[in-house]
Design a protein around this ligand. Sequence first.
Ligand code: NAI
Length: 334
Amino acid sequence: MRVSFFSAQKYDQRFFDAANQHFGFSLDYQEAGLSATTARLAEGADAVCAFVNDTLDAECLQELKQLGIRFIALRCAGFNQVDLHEAKQLGLQVVRVPAYSPEAVAEHTLALILTLNRHTHRAFNRVRENNFQLNGLLGFNLHGRKVGLVGTGQIGLAVARILKGFGCELLGYDPHPNPEFLELGGRYTSLDQLYAASDVISLHCPLTPENHHLINGHALSRMKKGVMLVNTSRGGLVDTSAAIAALKSGRLGYLALDVYEQEGDVFFRDCSDEIPSDDLLSRLMTFPNVLVTGHQGFFTEEALTQIAEVTLDNLEQLRQGQEPVNELTHQLED
Ligand code: NAI
């Protein structure tokens, strides 16, 4: 089977080539993102392997079908970038990696919380200039604070486990409550109660058409003044303009983003030679209490190893005519 990779980076090649020793697929890597305009780069392949910011809309999928592509392997958990209904119509099978080292994203979430809270990003620069003053670096104890988790699936639960060790009070909102969250001592509340009570709010739910801009001006107005908001899930969950307004008013005391709603234009690329064209992102960078990382929550040795192994195993099952458990289109209602 020949697999055409889109949005491929050097590290993808490293981990996929290592995992492929057990499978023997023919793997082609290209840096270009996947969209209707680039789909033809997959000519001659049986499958494409796509990532978070590829655009697998109806037009792109039709193009892939015409090229003879049969399988789409997402090397990520989220699948909001794929028109699954169209894929099903076209008979394209779509697989994903539903869970890979949730601790990778959970630990990055903690890195963001601790950095923003204790200002280690600013301290790093200060001491290198021989400035050992503490003004501006005041933090707060996480111990005893209320942390609200929106989504208590694999990653939300992994965050909850770590925060329990910090002595935090755990609040959760999830349409499908997780008994393991309750066993940890977590308490489910309504979304409104979670907003009103939490000192830190962290998003761990998928992006769907229903929860696009879940964190909008109204949601922010319900939160405690000075709250810390962390988004390591998907950029579209947060209305960036509303977040900027809340930062200016002081409603939002800290904002950490590993994902950003317009990240597709810049993330995973070196844009340091370009004139910034995204005014919202540029504005965000001006706040001392905002920390942006470029969608690196998943980026650990363990997670990349698992992503490569599970993706190739998904393709192996498809090659053998089986229906992988990680297949998405068969879960859709007709
Ligand atoms: P999961 O499927 O194990 O858990 C998601 C949970 O969210 C489920 O319990 C579900 O019931 C809940 N949920 C669904 N809609 C909700 C809503 N509107 N409000 C509150 N909860 C809702 O998924 P997992 O593995 O925990 O991943 C969560 C998200 O993290 C993914 O959807 C993905 O967007 C993001 N992610 C980010 C990565 C990064 O590198 N920053 C890497 C991997 C995932």
